[in-house]
Write a new protein. Structure first.
Length: 498
C-alpha cells in the first residue's frame, strides 16, 4: 500500500514538472525570447517545486480538518457541545392553524382524493393538440371537462373597456379561473361567519340604579362596546405574467362571489399577490406567519389563500419551449405543463372548541439554497431536519413526506436521498408522495395543493407529515404539519386514608 502511494506521488511530481516545462518551452519559442540562467532555474525548477509544496500543504490541511471532525464525532464532550450549539441556532416556531383546504387538479378534487392519487401516481400523457416548436405533441397534465364559458361570461365584463386586455381573457387564464371557482366557493362557505352577536342585555330589576344616579352616571348610559367581528383576509396568488387589468378583474370576481355567498362588506378584505412560482408562494405563507405582519388585523382574523394556474395554451407552451424549460426529446430536465387550483384557510390563533375536527398545525417554513450534484440530497436532508427541529417533532413520528418533485431525474434523486438520510424509517416509494409526477408544473398551486393533500394524510393517520419543495431552481423549502396534541387526562384524585 505504501509502495503504491509512493509511486502515485512520484508520478504526480513528474506530471507537475512536465506540465511546467512544456508550457515554459512553448512560451519561449512562441515569443522568441532567450531565457538566461535565472529564468531557467526559476521557471523549470523553483516553480514546479513550489506547486508541489502547495499541493502537499493543502492535502495536509484537509487531513487535519477531517481528523478534527472525526474526533468531534467520537468525543462525547465535543459532541454535546455541538448539539448544544445546534439547539441554540434552532429558529423559533411560528404556527399557523389549518382550518380548511381545497384543491382541484388533474388528480382529482379534495385533499383526500389527491393524497390517494399520489400513492400510485399516473403520469401525464401526450396532449391531443398542444405542440412544441418541432410540431411534436407534448406531455401535459390537463383537467378534463372544464366549464370555461360560464366563467368567461362572469369575468369579461369586469375588464376595462379600453386597454391592452380589452379583447378579453386568454384561454389559459379562463381555465385557471374555472378551476378556482369551486375551490373558492367551498372555502368561502366554510369560512362564512354564522354566529350572531348577542345584543347587550338590559339591566335587571335587582341591579337597576336609582333614576337620579342613572341620570348622572355617564358609564351607565353608555352602551357596552360590541365585540369586533372577525375579518377574513383573502389573498389571490395569481401568475405574475398575467396583466394587471386581468388580476384586478379577478379581485372583483372573487369579491362578488364572497358577497353572493353571504359575506358582509366589512367582514372580508381581498388582495392579490403576483407570484412567479412556488418560492413566492412559500414566502407569502412565511410572511403571514410573522408576528408583525398583522398590524391591521385582529387576533381573531383568519386568512384565506387561493391560487390558480394553467399552462394549457399554445402561447404558454411556446414560452416554455423558447426558454428550454419544456420536456422534449433530449431534454429530460424540462417541465410538463399542468394546471390546477387550490386554497387553504389559516389562522394564527388557536381556534375555539365546537369544531367537528381539531385543526392541524402548520409549523414554521424553513428554506435554504438548493444543492448541486451529489450534495443535493444531503442539503435537503439537513433542511428537513431543521423543519422537524423547529416543530419539536421526532423523526420517528413522521408518517409521510409530501413534495412537489416531478419526473425530472435530478428531483427524484434529491428527494429520495433526503428521505434516506433524514427519515430512514420511511420507504421513499411508499411514504413519498410527489405532486409533480401527477400534476406537472402548476406554479404556486403546488404549495397549497401539497398542504391540502398533506392535511388529509395527517388527519387520516393522526401523525405529522413533512412537506419538501424542490421545484424551484435555486431555493428549497420545508415545513412540518402536525395534529393538535391530545389533551392530557385529568389526574385521578388521591385516595383518602382513614
Amino acid at each position: 500500500m505504501r509502495v503504491g502511494a509512493l509511486i502515485r506521488g512520484l508520478l504526480g511530481i513528474a506530471l507537475v514538472f512536465g506540465a511546467v516545462w512544456l508550457v515554459a518551452i512553448l512560451y519561449w519559442r512562441a515569443s522568441g525570447a532567450t531565457p538566461g540562467t535565472p529564468q531557467i532555474v526559476g521557471t523549470l525548477l523553483l516553480l514546479p517545486l513550489l506547486l508541489v509544496a502547495g499541493v502537499l500543504l493543502l492535502r495536509a490541511l484537509m487531513r487535519r480538518r477531517s481528523a478534527g471532525r472525526e474526533r468531534t464525532a467520537t468525543d462525547p464532550i465535543a459532541g454535546s457541545t455541538m448539539a448544544q450549539d445546534a439547539a441554540e441556532q434552532v429558529e423559533a416556531d411560528r404556527i399557523f392553524y389549518l382550518l380548511g383546504s381545497a384543491a382541484l387538479t388533474r388528480a382529482g378534487s379534495g385533499g383526500e382524493v389527491l393524497a390517494g392519487a399520489l400513492l400510485q401516481p399516473q403520469r401525464p400523457s401526450l396532449h391531443p393538440s398542444l405542440r412544441d416548436q418541432m410540431g411534436l405533441p407534448v406531455f401535459a397534465a390537463q383537467v378534463d371537462d372544464l366549464d370555461v364559458e360560464s366563467v368567461r361570461a362572469a369575468v369579461d365584463g369586469l375588464l376595462p373597456e379600453s386597454g391592452p386586455r380589452s379583447q378579453g381573457f386568454a384561454e389559459d387564464q379562463l381555465r385557471a379561473l374555472a378551476l378556482l371557482e369551486p375551490v373558492a366557493e367551498d372555502l368561502l362557505y366554510a369560512a362564512l361567519p354564522f354566529a350572531d352577536v348577542d345584543p347587550v342585555a338590559a339591566p335587571s330589576a335587582d341591579t337597576a340604579m336609582h333614576p337620579h344616579a342613572m341620570q348622572h352616571s355617564r358609564s351607565s348610559r353608555a352602551l357596552a362596546p360590541a365585540p369586533q367581528a372577525p375579518v377574513l383576509h383573502i389573498r389571490l396568488l395569481l401568475p405574475a405574467h398575467w396583466p394587471e387589468p386581468v388580476r384586478r378583474a379577478c379581485l372583483g370576481w372573487i369579491a362578488d362571489k364572497a358577497t353572493a355567498i353571504g359575506f358582509a362588506s366589512g367582514t372580508f378584505r381581498i388582495g392579490v399577490e403576483p407570484v412567479a412560482g412556488v418560492a413566492d408562494a412559500w414566502r407569502v405563507i412565511d410572511r403571514l406567519a410573522q408576528p408583525d405582519a398583522h398590524a391591521d388585523a385582529a387576533p381573531s382574523d383568519t386568512h384565506l389563500l387561493l391560487a390558480a394556474h394553467s399552462l394549457m395554451d399554445e402561447l404558454a407552451v411556446s414560452r416554455l419551449d423558447a426558454t428550454r424549460s419544456l420536456l422534449v426529446s433530449g431534454h429530460p430536465e424540462g417541465l410538463i405543463p399542468g394546471e390546477g387550483a387550490a386554497g387553504v384557510w389559516l389562522s394564527t390563533q388557536t381556534p375555539g372548541d365546537g369544531r367537528e375536527a381539531p385543526p392541524l398545525r402548520l409549523h414554521r417554513v424553513v428554506h435554504g439554497p438548493a444543492g448541486h450534484g451529489r450534495t443535493a440530497g444531503r442539503e435537503l436532508a439537513s433542511l428537513l431536519q431543521r423543519a422537524l427541529a423547529v416543530a419539536s417533532l421526532p423523526a420517528d413520528d413522521v408518517a409521510a413526506v409530501f413534495s412537489d418533485a416531478d419526473h425530472r431525474p435530478s428531483r427524484a434523486i434529491e428527494i429520495a436521498g433526503a428521505m434516506t438520510a433524514c427519515l430512514p424509517e420511511l420507504d421513499p416509494v411508499e411514504q413519498g408522495r410527489h405532486l409533480g409526477l401527477v400534476c406537472g408544473e402548476t406554479g404556486a398551486v403546488a404549495v397549497l395543493a401539497l398542504l391540502a393533500a398533506a392535511a388529509a394524510q395527517a388527519t387520516a393517520e393522526d401523525a405529522p407529515v413533512v412537506l419538501a419543495s424542490v421545484a424551484d431552481d435555486t431555493l428549497r423549502f420545508a415545513a412540518a404539519l402536525s395534529p393538535m396534541p391530545s389533551p392530557e387526562p385529568p389526574a385521578a384524585p388521591a385516595a383518602e386514608t382513614v
